[in-house]
Write a protein that binds this ligand. Structure first.
Ligand code: FDM
Ligand code: MG
Length: 221
């Protein structure tokens, strides 16, 4: 039986080194003659992605529920191409996925208060049910102190300490639920040096780069 590509998601807070690690992992796979491609969410190039981009850069305002559904729609519009790529034997490394979708939306606070959620956790999860499920999610766990030492956050909407702290809490619940539903969630200490994290990521991923037997699972099924 021919094997399909592995679907590897990299998640984490801003400044956790996700994009750097995803790019290095891609290069290592290619060096090992293992066909692979890198994608990221939000994919800001599509029509939906452009609306998301403008929202993130605070150039437009959108209702919190509406933007949550746009993030999910942005994954659905690429779901078929993800499945085809995996079936063709190519591995996908994906920088953020539905888990960021839940963590960022379910950690929003009610305006003028400190209490959350504004949006209920299971409401946030619902639109992503049935998407292609990752074979493995690598969560790059960075502490606030180290994120700060790395030069702090950028200018986008969610790049603020309070937001990041709440998002980290919701990610803990996401991790438990992924593991509870039979998924693989690998927590990596991203406070370590870039090289150290690369080593851990590679050791984790090595076993599945030869391809996967069996069907692509569905998220939260
Ligand atoms: N984000 C990302 C969400 O709020 N929901 C989602 O579904 C996804 C995929 O978008 F603040 C947030 C997370 C982050 C922002 O992501 C842009 P990048 O990776 O920093 O560009
Ligand atoms: Mg960012």
């Amino acid at each position: 039986m021919t094997k399909r590509g592995a679907f590897i998601v990299i998640e984490g807070l801003d400044r956790s080194g996700k994009s750097t690690q995803a790019a290095t992992l891609l290069k290592r796979l290619q060096d090992a003659q293992s066909p692979a491609k890198l994608i990221n969410f939000p994919d800001r190039t599509t029509a939906i992605g452009k609306m998301i981009d403008s929202y993130l850069r605070s150039e437009s305002e959108l209702d919190d529920r509406a933007v949550h559904l746009l993030f999910s729609a942005n994954r659905w519009e690429l779901a078929k191409s993800i499945e085809e790529t995996l079936q063709s034997g190519e591995t996908i490394i994906c920088d953020r996925y539905a888990f960021s979708g839940i963590a960022f939306s379910a950690s929003k606070i009610r305006p003028g208060t400190n209490s959350y959620p504004l949006l209920d956790y299971s409401w946030c999860r619902a639109p992503d049910v049935g998407l292609p499920a990752p074979d493995m999610t690598i969560f790059l766990d960075v502490t606030q102190e180290v994120a700060r030492a790395r030069g702090g956050y950028g200018e986008e909407r969610y790049e603020k300490e309070g937001v990041q702290r709440r998002v980290r809490d919701v990610f803990e619940r996401v991790a438990e639920e992924v593991e509870g539903s039979g998924g693989r969630w690998v927590l990596v200490n991203a406070d370590e040096s870039e090289e150290e994290v690369q080593k851990v990521v590679w050791d984790t991923v090595k076993e599945i780069i030869g391809g996967i037997e069996g069907p692509i699972e569905k998220l939260w099924d």
